[in-house]
Design a protein around this ligand. Structure first.
Ligand SMILES: [Zn+2]
Length: 247
């Protein structure tokens, strides 16, 4: 009886192992993130090596030993080489999304939706010429929603009113207005400027504004910090994005 399984997957991590093998983390729609051992794949005669590159989307045939968490790589066909012919800043934004997925826990129930979100994000970010970082932020907002840690970007987390945001309040996982800012005396609060606040109000429909807005560096810093803090608070660990530092 064959225990081979067929699945689609996106390679989110690749590490060389011993002389000739490769270990991969692959996001799949059905099984969440799985660890795959590709034995002997780096031997010269193997024609499969080029397929196993980071961010490649593949149709995979894998073997699963029921007594182990590991999947063994059998063969694959390329569905989409996402990093092929991509400029540096787009590539960085794609890798940033994958860097986030690598650091959080993805349940099997959410994996189909996250897979689709990532595919859609990859396709969309390739079509964007400027302000791609805002598309990345919207990707994060959608990801937060799927994994159950939605960030409310419409209402003040304290008074629930729809007002201009004045600061981010990490402890309460949300934004606060100016009135509430003065009642909460906490050193941990991140004050945000008007530019950042305006940008947040546009994020849900950012596609409509992407060609006309200009995003100051301070807003990029503030929003990256807020989104990463939101993730870190929920997962109780520091979440970093090395890729974003390259922008
Ligand atoms: Zn308020």
């Amino acid at each position: 009886m064959s225990r081979d399984i067929k699945t689609k997957g996106i390679i989110i991590k690749k590490v060389n192992f011993r002389e000739t093998s490769i270990i991969l983390d692959i996001l799949t729609p059905e099984y969440g993130v799985i660890s795959v051992m590709a034995k002997g794949i780096r031997k010269q005669k193997s024609k499969n090596t080029g397929l196993l590159e980071i961010l490649n989307e593949l149709d995979l045939i894998l073997y699963k030993n029921p007594s182990s968490e590991w999947y063994i790589y059998r063969s694959s066909q390329i569905v989409n080489a996402h990093l092929f012919n991509i400029d540096i800043s787009t590539s960085v934004l794609m890798q940033a999304a994958v860097e986030v997925i690598r650091q959080i826990i993805i349940s099997v129930e959410d994996s189909q939706e996250i897979y689709q979100l990532l595919e859609t994000y990859f396709e969309y970010i390739k079509t964007v010429n400027i302000n791609g970082i805002a598309i990345f932020w919207r990707f994060l907002l959608k990801l937060f929603k799927i994994i159950g840690i939605e960030l409310n970007i419409s209402n003040c987390i304290e008074c629930s009113q729809r007002k201009q945001f004045f600061a981010y309040f990490p402890q309460n996982h949300g934004f606060i207005c100016e009135n509430c800012y003065h009642t909460v005396n906490d050193e941990q609060i991140f004050k945000i400027n008007k530019n950042t606040s305006d940008l947040i109000s546009k994020l849900n429909n950012i596609g409509n504004y992407i060609d006309e807005i200009s995003i100051p560096k301070t807003s990029i810093k503030q929003l990256n910090r807020i989104f990463l803090t939101h993730l870190s608070e929920h997962f109780h660990k520091k979440i970093h994005l090395k890729s974003i530092e390259l922008l």
